[in-house]
Design a protein around this ligand. Structure first.
Ligand code: SIN
Length: 579
């Protein structure tokens, strides 16, 4: 489905959010002290950004890849489970399609999912050609496992539970080979320690570059402007908007926030996936928390409550391997019933040899933290894991803003619907980065995406002090967490508004830019979660406990208007997949 196609034009309701929700057009920052240029700028170095940069380099002259810390940081390297694709001859793209649509709870974009599952196997084989060392069985074939919501073994993994790390390694090695091969021809340049502050736009709102802060050397240091004919956002997730998340510290929603400020459509942001089995380290634990891969349940581990009772049987036909939203919801219900703040994962019967071989990183991390899955139950509870919504794109990654593309977790291609199917995210980054590179290359050759002059922005703007970060996270966790209600959402909106009101004259530095991004993303998420009066996928309302297809089968859009106010709207769709 393309943006603005008939199905998305069925706007049922457009509301202006409360007058208090105004978001500035840009973040306060010093004037750029340096200027760089390229044909295409790729922001982010997870699977989506690295793939886009590599593919673009083969097709366009000058690519600039910017990343917030170093190339190997970001969410991809934390991906444990793997990458889903119908690689087994007994499997089929139709079955992968079916499982994805079921997990997405009626609001996937079926066309986008078909692209994902049908192009996925070829893209995964290309990763192998590039040097990715997937785990293999005795027959030499890639060994495939199962995770929540899949009816087949179709998850390829590497290093047992270190799939993201291995894919990242292979892509970075390919990029380094490319960098060495083009030493005398600056065809691809990498800027590390580069935080994108905002998007540059011309007089027609066309995106033509980024402002960014670089901790660098020589000329490229401090705030600068990088201009280009197209920008690909691949900045990853928003997990740090919550107190506890599986996302790394760099996941501060910078891409979603910058796109929102520039006028991009942000879709379905209320659909936040809470991973069911995150190691529970106590009430006060905050920041990135250790993930216990769903693949452990795929291999036979199961959940029990504090009385040792298994509780997933009877909840869903896939029991402990039900889609993630179903398992997370059942855990929250069981914790409430038993008055406990966690449940347990029992993997002891899998045995020492198997656990150490199949899950070496998880076993090592658990032991470091004082838990041994070989001999003990692991305390687990749901924590934020993935944003299924983001910058709305069409099937080639274009946003509604000319020149702006989005790929990976920052985007909303429509493949995840209300709840991403396990291990579909690495696949999405891979498949859509490829399509984006093709589209940009074709448009550049056709003389589209011509260079533009960025406007000098003069609007008043504010920054939130870095000290407000924990206040934002607390407000979001209490009010817009795994279970929400009109009351909790109103409390969150009020607390976030108070933080926004206190935003005056803070120093422009990476901490305040990130914290301002967290605030803007948090406010938007709260607004769309308030709008959707039903429970669906990653959006669970205690005051509207049922899925309500009669009123809410569709997408929420949020846009910043020229005057700074946020407009939210609901766009019905036809049922996508089985009921
Ligand atoms: C996991 O290994 O459980 C996480 C994989 C994913 O988020 O798809």
């Amino acid at each position: 489905m393309t943006l603005g196609s008939p199905a998305t034009q069925l706007i049922a309701a457009t509301t202006r959010t409360p007058a208090s929700l105004r978001i500035p057009a840009r973040l306060a920052a010093p004037e750029p002290g340096w200027v760089a240029s390229a044909d295409v700028i790729v922001v982010g170095s997870g699977i989506a950004g690295l793939t886009a940069a590599l593919r673009l380099r083969q097709r366009v002259d000058r690519v600039l890849l910017v990343t917030k810390t170093v190339l190997s940081e970001g969410s991809t390297q934390w991906a444990q489970g793997g990458i889903a694709a119908a690689l087994d001859p007994a499997d089929s793209v139709d079955e992968h399609l079916h499982d994805t649509l079921v997990a997405g709870a009626g609001v996937c974009d079926q066309e986008a999912v078909r692209i994902l599952v049908s192009e996925g196997p070829a893209r995964v084989r290309e990763l192998v050609t590039l040097g990715t060392d997937f785990d293999r069985g005795p027959d030499g074939e890639i060994s495939l496992t199962r995770e929540g919501g899949h009816h087949r073994d179709r998850i390829a993994h590497a290093g047992g539970d270190a799939t993201g790390k291995e894919i990242s390694r292979a892509l970075i090695a390919a990029l380094n080979a490319e960098l060495n091969a083009v030493k005398d021809d600056p065809g691809i340049e990498v800027l590390e320690h580069a935080l994108v502050v905002d998007l540059l736009q011309d007089k027609d709102a066309r995106v033509c570059g980024v402002t960014l802060h670089v901790i660098g050397e020589g000329q490229i240091d401090g705030v600068g402007a990088a201009q280009a004919r197209a920008v690909v956002l691949a900045t990853g997730g928003i997990g740090q908007v919550y107190s506890a998340t599986t996302n790394p510290s760099v996941a501060t929603g910078d891409g979603v926030a910058a796109a929102l400020r520039a006028g991009a459509v942000i879709a379905d942001l209320e659909f936040i996936q809470f991973h069911p089995t995150v190691l529970w380290l106590g009430e006060g634990a905050s920041g990135q928390q250790p993930l216990i891969s769903e693949a452990m349940r795929g291999e036979g581990a199961f959940l029990v409550d504090c009385n040792g009772v298994r509780f997933m049987q009877g909840v869903h036909d896939l029991a402990d391997l039900a889609p993630r939203d179903v398992v997370a919801r059942a855990i929250v219900a069981r914790m409430a019933k038993t008055d406990a703040d966690h449940v347990y994962l029992d993997a002891r019967h899998l045995g020492k040899d198997f656990l150490e071989k199949r899950f070496p990183s998880i076993v090592a991390r658990c032991r470091e933290l004082g838990f041994d899955p070989v001999s003990e139950l692991l305390p687990v509870a749901p924590a934020q894991h993935y944003a299924s919504g983001g910058v709305r794109t069409d099937l080639v990654g274009r946003s509604n803003l000319a020149g702006l593309y989005a790929c990976g977790e920052v985007s909303c291609t429509g493949v995840h619907g209300a709840n991403r199917l396990a291990s579909n995210s690495l696949l999405e980054g891979l498949v859509f980065a490829d399509r984006i590179a093709d589209d940009i290359a074709a448009r550049l050759s056709a003389g589209e995406l011509i260079p533009a002059d960025p406007l000098v922005r003069v609007e008043d703007t504010t920054l939130v002090d870095g000290g407000e970060r924990t206040g934002i996270q607390r407000a979001m966790t209490l009010g817009v967490g795994a279970v929400r209600s009109a009351y909790s959402l109103a409390q969150a909106a009020k607390n976030l508004e108070a933080i926004a009101d206190s935003a005056r004259g803070s120093t422009a530095d990476p901490d305040s830019w990130e914290t301002s991004n967290l605030l803007h993303v948090g406010q938007l998420l709260t607004a769309v979660a308030t709008l959707r009066a039903e429970t669906r996928g990653g959006h669970v309302r205690s005051d509207f406990v049922d899925r309500d297809d009669a009123h809410w089968l569709g997408h929420t859009y949020a846009v910043r208007e020229a005057d700074g106010f946020i407009t939210t709207s609901f766009h019905p769709t036809t049922p996508q997949g089985p009921a």
